[in-house]
Design a protein around this ligand. Structure first.
Ligand SMILES: Cc1cc2nc3c(=O)[nH]c(=O)nc-3n(C[C@H](O)[C@H](O)[C@H](O)COP(=O)(O)OP(=O)(O)OC[C@H]3O[C@@H](n4cnc5c(N)ncnc54)[C@H](O)[C@@H]3O)c2cc1C
Length: 393
């Protein structure tokens, strides 16, 4: 059955690529976590034509598909491998920033932990937006609808039959249990499910929820787009770098894209930009939408002065700590099978720190100048409520 689908997809996409049209109803730029969902939902309507453009290549690669091999993907050909500007507050270190450059984007190179937002995050977004559609109760229904949860039933919070396969880490490494036990000894509550009631209170420690099935990565692209690539209304191009939007006045009419050695213009009824947190503002600016003074520096004709574009980048940085093991560490699942959400100050209402175990050496070359012993394990700590923003230059 799977082989049948693969053959149909191959034949269909080959035909669609050979007959590339000059206009589509929708062009989706970027096949990452968000672009994959949007492309799928639009292409479910057989009456519309959808073109999905991805700069990277195929995800059919052992280091991507095998859940335990993600460390090999860092800074490799499927990673845009950004570096932040050297930061004087970090001893002038330039912090490496990974982002997927492949079908599935980040969901093809990430660590596969299915981490929901905390209740307080969603309620905070709703308050900021003045829209209850963003609050926890609303978003919980969406989470339930999209999930295919294979852990202990929790009808109020977990869903089944959706497109995202999720399960608690099966047969985890003893290191994961040891981390949870260690958190319990310092008073952090332990839970059976990382995304159940734990996401509604002060935090806790649990085995991670994984988008991994039979040891294989279930990326958002594989979950949403792959199964419908035999449809005649969905064309997926890899190696297609979108360079700018085409416009008639202030109306977007399509995209300019570098594909197969040629620069092409393809028209669209609507264009969706889902290029990730760095490339989406970059493409807007290349198209003349951004801060006037900044665009002028690069000789880009102004279409719309929008000074916020390309500003206010915020990320949850991680600080890992590595321990050498006295023996080899067996590789299980995604090597990241336990997490804890906790508070740096007990006066806080919600967790502001997250710890993840990594059953492998995990540190950037900037942090670990000497090669790390291969038989090591790590605890990495993320700051969840960062206040600082990237400086503009
Ligand atoms: C190393 C790593 C580990 C992570 N671990 C986890 C985890 O365990 N759990 C979790 O929930 N999240 C994790 N994340 C975060 C998560 O993967 C991202 O938040 C998510 O993928 C972002 O989705 P997106 O659609 O915004 O962008 P992306 O998924 O980055 O998609 C953007 C896509 O656009 C393409 N693109 C960019 N520019 C162009 C262009 N000009 N033309 C054509 N295509 C272009 C890119 O190649 C990419 O495929 C991790 C991320 C990384 C990098």
């Amino acid at each position: 059955m799977a082989d049948d689908l693969a053959a149909r997809v191959e034949a269909n996409q080959q035909k669609l690529r050979a007959e590339l049209k000059s206009h589509y109803d929708f062009i989706i730029c970027g096949s990452g976590s968000s672009g994959s969902v949007v492309a799928r939902r639009l292409a479910e309507n057989a009456d519309v034509s959808v073109l999905l453009l991805e700069a990277g290549g195929s995800d059919d690669v052992p280091d991507i598909m095998s859940a335990s091999r993600w460390p090999a993907l860092r800074r490799g050909e499927h990673d845009w491998s950004f570096n932040a500007m050297p930061n004087p507050r970090l001893n002038d270190r330039a912090i490496p920033m990974s982002m997927g450059k492949v079908l599935g984007g980040g969901s093809s190179i990430n660590v596969m932990v299915w981490s929901r937002g905390h209740k307080a995050d969603w309620d905070g977004f709703a308050a900021e937006a003045g829209d209850d559609g963003w609050n926890y109760q609303s978003v919980l229904q969406i989470y339930r609808r999209i999930e295919d949860w294979h852990g202990a039933p929790d009808a109020a919070r977990r869903g089944s039959g959706g497109m995202v396969f999720v399960q608690p880490a099966p047969d985890p490494h003893p290191l994961a249990a040891a981390m949870i036990e260690a958190f319990a000894t310092v008073g952090v509550r332990t839970f059976d499910d990382q995304n159940g009631v734990m996401m509604e209170g002060h935090g806790g420690a649990a085995l991670t929820n994984l988008c991994v099935r039979d040891g294989r990565r279930q990326s958002i692209f594989r979950s949403y787009v792959s199964p419908i690539m035999d449809r005649s209304n969905l064309t997926v191009l890899t190696g297609a770098l979108v360079t700018r939007l085409t416009l008639a006045g202030k109306r977007v009419t399509g995209v300019e894209v570098a594909y197969e050695g040629k620069m092409r213009r393809i028209g669209a009824g609507e264009v969706v930009l889902s290029l990730g947190a760095i490339h989406t503002p970059k493409l807007l600016m290349q198209s003349g939408i951004g801060d006037e003074a900044e665009l002028k520096r690069f000789g880009i004709p102004l279409v719309q002065h929008l000074p916020g574009v390309g500003q206010n980048f915020q990320d949850h940085f991680m600080a890992p700590c590595v321990w050498e093991s006295c023996g080899p560490i067996e590789r299980r699942n995604n090597l990241t099978e336990a997490t804890a959400l906790w508070r740096s100050d007990s006066a806080l209402e919600v967790p502001d720190l997250q710890t993840l175990i990594v059953e492998a050496p995990y540190a950037s070359p900037q942090a670990a100048k000497d090669p790390l012993p291969p038989d090591s394990w790590s605890l990495t700590n993320a700051v969840l409520r960062t206040a600082s923003r990237a400086a503009s230059d």
